[in-house]
Design a protein around this ligand. Sequence first.
Ligand code: PEP
Length: 256
Amino acid sequence: MRQKVIAGNWKMHKTISEGLKLVEQLQTKLAKNPPTQTRIIICPPFTSLTAIRDALQDRNIELGAQNIAWEEEGAYTGEISAKMVKSAGARYTIIGHSERRTYFKEDASTINKKIKVALKNKLKVIHCIGESLEEREQNLTKEIIVNQLEWDLKDLDSADLKNIIIAYEPVWAIGTGKTATPEQAQEVHQFIREILDAIFKDGIGKKMTVLYGGSVKPINAKDLLAQPDLDGALVGGACLKANDFLQIIQASEKSE
Ligand code: PEP
C-alpha cells in the first residue's frame, strides 16, 4: 500500500509568529478530525523550523525544508546544509521545485547533487518535476518528464528511491489558478510510474508515492485525489490557510 501524503510548501510566507499561529490552528482542527491514512508534511521557511518543531504535538504532521545546499558544508555564504535542516527538525526536503529551477537557475546536475546530499544525511526528498506551458503546447511533456527523472536521479538505485517522493507539478499550474484536469494529471502520473520502472526496475514505479502539485484547492482536491495514480498533493497557496489545507487533507482521507 502506498502512503498518502499531503504536503504544504509555504514558500517565502510567514514570520515565526505567523507560522506558529497557522500550526496551532491546524493542530486544533486536526485534533477534532485526526487523519487515519494521510501523512501531512509542512515545509515552512528555514527560519521557522525549530520553533515549529517545538510546537508540533500532532504526530501526524512532519516537518520539511524547502531547499538545501548541494554541498555538505563550507564557504557558501547564505546557504543552508542538509545537516542543518535536519538538526532544526526537518525530516524531508523539497528539491527541484520549478521556482528554484527558474529563479535560481538550478539544473539537473545541481538537483542531482542536492538529492544525493539529502539522502546521505538521511533526509527524505520531495522531488519536483514538470513541464512548462510552452513544453506542453509543443507536446514535449513526456520527454521533459523522462529527462528530469533520468538526470535528476542519475546514479541512484531503487533502494534510494524508497526515500524519495515524486511531485508532478506542471509549471503552468503552479500559483496560476490553472489546474491540470484529473485526466491530464492521471495520464502523467501513470507515465511517471512506467518510466521509473523502466529506469530503476524492481517494480519501483508502482511502489513510489507520487504527488500532484499545481493550484490544488479544496474545490478541486477531491477529483484530483480520486485518480488511481495520485497519492496526494503538494500544496502551495492553499496550505497558508488552515481551513483550506484541512479540507485538502480531508479529501485525501476520503479518497480510495
Ligand atoms: C507549489 O509551490 O509547489 C505549488 C503547487 O503551488 P500552488 O499550489 O500555489 O500552485
